[in-house]
Design a protein around this ligand. Structure first.
Ligand SMILES: *[C@@H]1O[C@H](CO)[C@@H](O)[C@H](O)[C@H]1NC(C)=O
Length: 533
């Protein structure tokens, strides 16, 4: 038996702490050694991958993905949006983009009482198809059954290793009142469960949506007008107050608004355990992209609808880059939320009611069938369009190209926000997100050496998801993950999938390493009900 099963030589290894010319030895699916070089004896019997001077990074950890999640509680009832990716296709797309771990959502609808049942149902779907990468779930809580929460949340932690929940401040079918948000925060705090928040003001958005509808401003391009950055800023600020009162750590997901980033920063500066996540769509798309196709009244712009929407302009994007660089955001996730355009359970849901819509301007020709034909002539209603864009595969390459290669981010920062911090935040470190000998799984992404890959423009056909478009069509790339390795097994190499959907394992997670209860500043009884804590 050789010392290693697999060795990666001649790489520039970048972790969240260091960058250096190291070779990596892998044994039994774990990182076994990092050394400037290995002897021939060391390498005896090992499969060898020559990184040829390219970056070698820990596999991507994407903790914000929607997989096999049907939106049956929206305005369309049981005919709501249907995620185009199941655990097989979503994770296949992930591994082809250098990601080796994902945490997907298990969603409690208002009809579901038991959280455990919800998780079991999602787990059944995952087991049915298998998964190309390691995976876990966050629980979305949409109703407050005190007895169920008290009884089931500890079981989710103990039995499933689910140590995070997500709560919504918008969407009629999911949002919780401030009262209920605080209640769940309190229970979550007791059990060491990290609270993730979708912070947009539901009332502001509903009001603006109604006003836009009254004026016939219903085309997908108006989506941004209904969800103003200030509505995100307001909700973020409000939730920080709630979290401070309850004294619980909170992570704001998919932050798109500079106003929200500023509120998060201010809370962090006061020493509060408040964390932020942002996503590629907020750095690379703006309101302009909501009228990218043909005309502002064209329904095809529904492809760009996600919530929160992309920011109004490039100034906002710059502020997000600053927030990513200066530590306001800890994580950069995809918010992969895959809906097909050409599907009555996808974006075309927004056109089904079109007889009541204003007549649109013709914007696309060469249609194939009735619904697409309708979509080419009508505006639809943005409020019925399922919210979300695909991006699990493009997340790492985009930040590598536009963050690391441009010099906006150091290699260490790139690894921190795409892998290490996600693992720390969600209780998977250092098994994931690191390359620590003896401790870390051998989840590794090897990039191309500089200049090796001919620069190319992205086309959706190059991707491995089950979605019929990408918001990044035409984006230029000069690098991409060349190898993706999961626990020592090569899953993706030189543009081809290896391995199978049977290779991913369920991950039980422990408590977050961030925001643990540490003695903080003395509590001010005028801000915090000290008698409660
Ligand atoms: C960090 O970035 C945020 C968001 O752009 C900004 O509000 C804040 O002033 C920055 N902080 C520092 C110390 O530069």
């Amino acid at each position: 038996m050789g010392r290693f099963d697999l060795a990666i030589v001649n790489g520039i290894v970048a972790t969240s702490g260091d960058v250096g010319a190291y070779s990596i030895g892998v044994k039994d699916g774990k990182i076994a050694a990092l050394a400037p070089s290995f002897t021939e004896e060391d390498l005896d019997g090992a499969e060898i991958i020559d990184a040829e001077g390219a970056y070698v990074t820990p596999g991507g950890v994407d903790c914000h993905v929607h997989i096999a999640q049907d939106l049956t509680t929206g305005p369309r009832g049981s005919n709501g949006g249907q995620c185009a990716d199941d655990f097989e296709t979503g994770s296949r797309s992930a591994v082809a983009g250098g990601t080796t771990t994902m945490v997907s959502f298990a969603l409690q609808t208002r009809e579901d009482e038991s959280l455990l049942q919800v998780v079991e149902d999602y787990d059944h779907l995952a087991k049915e198809t298998g998964c190309w990468i390691d995976y876990s779930y966050h629980i979305i809580i949409s109703r407050l059954d005190k007895a169920i929460l008290d009884a089931e949340l500890p079981t989710l932690v103990a039995k499933w290793g689910i140590t995070s929940c997500k709560l919504f401040m918008t969407y009629a079918s999911l949002r919780l009142s401030d009262h209920d948000l605080m209640h769940v925060m309190l229970v979550a705090r007791k059990h060491g469960v990290t609270v993730m928040l979708h912070a947009e003001s539901g009332d502001i958005i509903d009001f603006l949506t109604d006003q836009l509808e009254e004026r016939g401003m219903v085309a997908p391009s108006f989506h941004g007008q209904a969800r103003l950055p200030i509505a995100e800023g307001e909700a973020t600020h409000r939730a920080i107050v709630l979290a401070e009162i309850v004294q619980t750590p909170v992570l704001f997901v998919h932050v798109s608004a500079a106003a929200a980033a500023e509120a998060i920063r201010a809370a962090q500066s006061r020493g509060l355990p408040i964390f932020g996540e942002s996503c590629p769509q907020y750095f690379h798309l703006t309101w302009k992209d909501l009228s990218r196709f043909h005309s502002p009244f064209c329904f095809e712009n529904s492809k760009m609808i996600c919530s929160p929407p992309p920011p109004p302009n490039e100034d906002d994007q710059e502020k997000l880059w600053t927030a990513l660089r200066n530590g306001t955001f800890q994580v950069y996730s995809s918010d992969h939320c895959p809906f097909r355009y050409d599907s009555p359970r996808g974006k075309l849901l927004g056109i089904l009611d079109d007889e009541v819509s204003m007549a649109g301007e013709p914007c696309e020709h060469g249609h194939q069938h009735d619904l697409v034909d309708l979509a080419s002539r009508k505006q639809g209603h943005f409020k019925y369009v399922p919210n979300g864009c695909p991006g699990i595969e493009t997340r790492l390459p985009i930040l590598f190209e536009y963050g690391l290669k441009t010099g906006r981010l150091s290699p260490e920062k790139f690894v921190e926000v795409t892998s290490s911090n996600a693992a720390k935040l969600y209780g998977m470190y250092p098994k994931k997100g690191a390359l620590l000998p003896g401790l870390s799984d051998a989840d590794i992404t090897i990039w191309y050496p500089d200049g090796r890959l001919k620069p190319f423009k992205l086309e959706n056909s190059m991707l491995h998801h089950n979605v019929d478009y990408t918001p990044y069509e035409g984006m230029e790339f000069s690098n991409w993950p060349r190898y993706t390795i999961l626990r020592g097994k090569v899953m993706w190499a030189n543009g081809e999938l290896k391995g199978s959907a049977g290779d991913g394992q369920y991950l039980r997670r422990s408590e977050s390493l961030f925001g643990k209860k540490v003695p903080g500043p003395k509590l001010d009884p005028a801000r915090v009900p000290v008698w409660m804590h």
